[in-house]
Design a protein around this ligand. Structure first.
Ligand code: BGC
Length: 451
């Protein structure tokens, strides 16, 4: 018995030494590293732990393809994919913080560029990736507008983008429209009036227990995404002012009044599901439409749904000519056990092979001009053409990390989910609470979207 106790004690001591050692990973500085040598070393060995939030059908296969392609580039490095479910990255910041504090920083992790990465920067957690940008000539290859979005407040690049999605769309079940004799508009840029009319017709014809819309906001962020789309669709100037911190209660009340009207058509148990369950509910006919970003496409593809036959897409009302931009990318920790492998991972995501596989499976727009159009399906190509049209205006997402400080956007998600779930949807009351969130977070942006 004594011997067992002694053994256990020794083991505990060993483990605590190991974790103390792990906590002391050396913090690397980009200027002390030779990126070219690191990237070119295809015989390197090591491990890269990659954290991401792609767990839904389609996006899961897309990240698996990156792992596979990484193996082709660096066969001696084991890439371990770690998924944090829920989507939109809400849980990522906390997860990374905990890993970092226990000396287990992931070599690379998913992030949206912009405000979302600022907390990591403030804690000096990220490796400067300017040398990847130079080596892979990303400034020349990036789609217009992207370089600015991927330049941090200190003027450096910390993110290597992997894909872009449009956020301001509504997906709908074509079969339900046909079944209930609801005319499908011959244009995708529907107005608010057309949208309300579609909702009214669906509501009148759909059987009890089924609904025109659903939110799938169990995690909060889908409700916030609806809020940002309504705000842009109410008046782009209001959106610009809001993300710059020039908010006012009246404008937010106006936006929430429209949201209140929309809630009349939403399944009452909307927050008992995640966004991908709602996509499933749309396919099975429990709801006719879903307000979601274009990342729902690969999920639909995985459910054998065909664009134009089984499902269609509207531009969110009031946002025609605007492209809500959600950029996915990877950042590299500066204090992981294998910082060099993190660099190699970040480099791999902008290579042509990875871009071709990933964009095809994720049905996202490649951030790079040299990705051939034949990797896209009809709908993604259409979105790409919209994004690259010189008349299209782009707006950053609050919900997907770019437009606002992380602390403000996560509080907004909670508040708006609470609003959507409340029974009386009191617009003025929640507008005050929303404005307080911005005030407390000291939101101060410099966005110029409208002119
Ligand atoms: C990401 C998308 C992802 C979606 C749902 C967004 O934040 O940018 O790539 O598919 O969340 O997980």
């Amino acid at each position: 018995m004594k011997r067992i106790a002694a053994l256990l004690l020794a083991l505990a001591l060993l483990l605590s030494c190991a974790s103390a050692f792990a906590a002391k990973n050396e913090k690397k500085k980009a200027e002390d590293m030779n990126f070219e040598e690191i990237i070119d070393d295809d015989s390197a060995t090591g491990t890269v732990n990659v954290y991401h939030w792609w767990t839904a059908g389609g996006e899961k296969y897309a990240i698996e393809s990156v792992v596979e392609q990484f193996g082709e580039l660096y066969s001696g490095i084991e890439a371990k994919s770690n998924a944090i479910p829920g989507g939109a990255g809400g849980a990522m910041v906390m997860k990374v913080k905990v890993l970092q504090q226990t000396g287990k920083s992931p070599e690379a992790f998913q992030a949206h560029p912009g405000q979302e990465i600022e907390p990591y920067l403030q804690s000096d957690l990220l490796l400067n990736l300017n040398e990847i940008w130079n080596y892979a000539e990303l400034e020349d290859r990036a789609l217009p507008g992207l370089v600015d979005m991927c330049t941090a407040s200190d003027g450096n690049h910390y993110v290597v983008p992997i894909g872009i999605h449009k956020t301001n769309i509504i997906l709908y079940n074509i079969h339900l429209f046909e079944q209930y004799g609801i005319e499908i508009p011959d244009h995708e840029d529907i107005t608010w009036d057309e949208f309300w009319s579609i909702c009214d017709q669906l509501q009148a014809k759909m059987p009890e227990g089924t609904y025109p819309l659903d939110l799938g906001d169990q995690k909060g962020w889908p409700a916030c995404q609806v809020f940002e789309n309504i705000m842009l669709g109410t008046d782009p100037q209001i959106y610009e002012d809001f993300i710059n911190g020039n908010y006012n209660v009246d404008d937010v009340t106006r936006v929430l009044e429209t949201y209140t009207r929309l809630m009349d058509y939403v399944a009452p148990d909307h927050n008992s599901r995640d966004w991908y369950h709602t996509t499933g509910a749309m396919v099975s006919g429990n709801c006719a439409m879903q307000i979601m970003g274009a990342w729902a496409q690969p999920l639909l593809t995985n459910m054998d749904q065909v664009y134009g036959k089984d499902f269609g897409v509207f531009t969110f009302p009031g946002t025609a000519g605007w492209f809500g931009m959600c950029v996915d990318g990877f950042v590299v920790s500066n204090d992981s056990a294998d910082v060099e492998s993190g660099v190699r991972w970040a480099f791999s995501v902008c290579t042509q092979d990875v871009q071709e596989y990933f964009s095809g499976l994720k049905e996202s727009i490649s951030p790079y001009t040299d990705t051939p159009d034949d990797v896209y399906n009809e709908l993604t190509l259409h979105f790409k053409e919209q994004l690259t049209d010189e008349n299209t205006k782009v707006y950053p997402s609050i919900t997907h990390g770019t437009a606002m400080p992380w602390s403000a956007s996560t509080s907004l998600q909670t508040q708006i989910q609470e609003y959507a779930t409340s029974t009386n949807h009191d617009a003025a009351y929640y507008a005050n609470r929303i404005v307080n969130i911005l005030r407390e977070a000291g939101v101060k942006g410099d966005w110029n979207l409208v002119d």
